[in-house]
Each structure stands twice: as structure tokens, then as C-alpha cells.
Design a protein around this ligand. Structure first.
Ligand code: HEC
Length: 154
């Protein structure tokens, strides 16, 4: 992503934060989302999914992206996350896997990129504090969760 694009991306998040502070201030899980933030997150999450995830996990999320055949491990079928968790979307676990920073510290390297680090680098822009960058990272992960929850098979 170009520098301008990434700054725009950051501003887009903080624009949303400014427009809807009560909504974004809550530490909600996707299942409990109600109201205005969901469509915005869904759109951002869908965009990020297409850009960063579909190459391995496939456009449909079934783990059949064009890069999959070159990996040692098969990318997971992301439409089965709820089904494999007794019908409930495991938001917290999925967020940790996507983020990856904690995971990699404990388990070492993995086939999937560490998106927490990647989003942090992308969030870098002049004058933004580390805590604000972290908010951008968390928002992007939340947006991905909202999107992923919509592709779960029943
Ligand atoms: C380079 C290929 C690649 C990309 C790109 C990729 N993944 Fe993965 N992903 C994998 C592989 C391989 C696994 C399974 C093995 C592992 O844990 O490394 C996996 C596992 C996962 C899991 C765990 C599923 C489970 O049932 O435990 C989730 C969730 C996930 N990916 C989400 C994402 C999201 C969201 C993105 C985009 C931000 C993404 N992945 C991008 C390769 C990729």
C-alpha cells in the first residue's frame, strides 16, 4: 500500500472514531454489535479480507486461494470457525490468531503472516502515538472479525 493510501486509511479510521466515539469506545464483540458501526466495519473488513486473506484462504474463505498450493500447511477453511466451535463464532480466539503477535512469541514462526505487526507498520504515520497506532490495528482486526462472522456456514 502506498504511503498516501495508508495515511488515508488511518484517517478513515480516526474519522470514524471522531464521528462515532461512543460506538467505537465500547469493547464489543461482533456478535453483540448493533447499530451504525457494523456496516462500516463490514466494509473495511471485507476490503482487508480481499486484499490480505483471499490469496491463501480463497475469495469464499474455504482455504482454496491461489497461494494455498505453495504452503506447507493448508490455509484453514474460514467458513467453519463457528461450526467447529459448537455454533458460536470464537471471536476472541480468531482475533488472537489474526493478530499473531502473542501467538508467535509463544509458539514461534507460523505459515500465516503476523497481521498485528503488518497492520502496525501500515498504521505508521507522522504524529501518531504508539497507542493510537494500536487502536488502528485493533479496529482492523475487529473489522475482519465482523466480516468473517458473515461467511460462517450454519
Ligand atoms: C500466506 C498465506 C496466508 C494468508 C495471506 C492468510 N492466512 Fe490465515 N492461515 C494460513 C495458514 C497456512 C493457516 C493454517 C495453519 C497455520 O496456523 O499456520 C491459517 C490459519 C488461519 C486462521 C485459523 C483458523 C482456525 O481454524 O484455527 C485464521 C482465523 C486465519 N488464518 C485468518 C486469516 C485472515 C483474517 C487473513 C487476512 C488478514 C489471513 N488468515 C491471511 C495462511 C494464510
Amino acid at each position: 500500500m502506498s504511503r498516501t493510501a495508508s495515511v488515508l486509511y488511518t484517517l478513515c479510521f480516526f474519522g470514524a472514531l471522531c464521528l462515532a466515539p461512543p460506538v467505537f469506545a465500547t469493547d464489543d464483540t461482533p456478535g453483540e454489535d448493533a447499530g451504525t458501526e457494523t456496516p462500516l466495519r463490514l466494509k473495511l473488513g471485507g476490503n482487508d479480507y480481499e486484499t490480505y486473506c483471499a490469496s491463501c484462504h480463497g475469495v469464499s474463505g474455504r482455504g482454496d486461494g491461489p497461494v494455498a498450493e505453495f504452503l506447507a500447511l493448508t490455509p484453514a477453511d474460514l467458513t467453519q470457525l463457528s461450526r467447529k466451535n459448537g455454533g458460536r463464532f470464537p471471536a476472541e480466539r480468531v482475533a488472537q490468531i489474526i493478530d499473531g503477535r502473542q501467538d508467535v512469541r509463544i509458539h514461534g514462526t507460523r505459515d500465516m503472516p503476523v497481521w498485528g505487526d503488518w497492520f502496525d507498520v501500515e498504521a505508521e504515520s507522522p504524529g501518531l502515538r504508539a497507542s493510537e497506532r494500536e487502536m488502528v490495528v485493533q479496529e482492523r482486526i475487529k473489522a475482519l472479525l465482523v466480516y468473517l462472522e458473515t461467511i460462517q456456514v450454519k
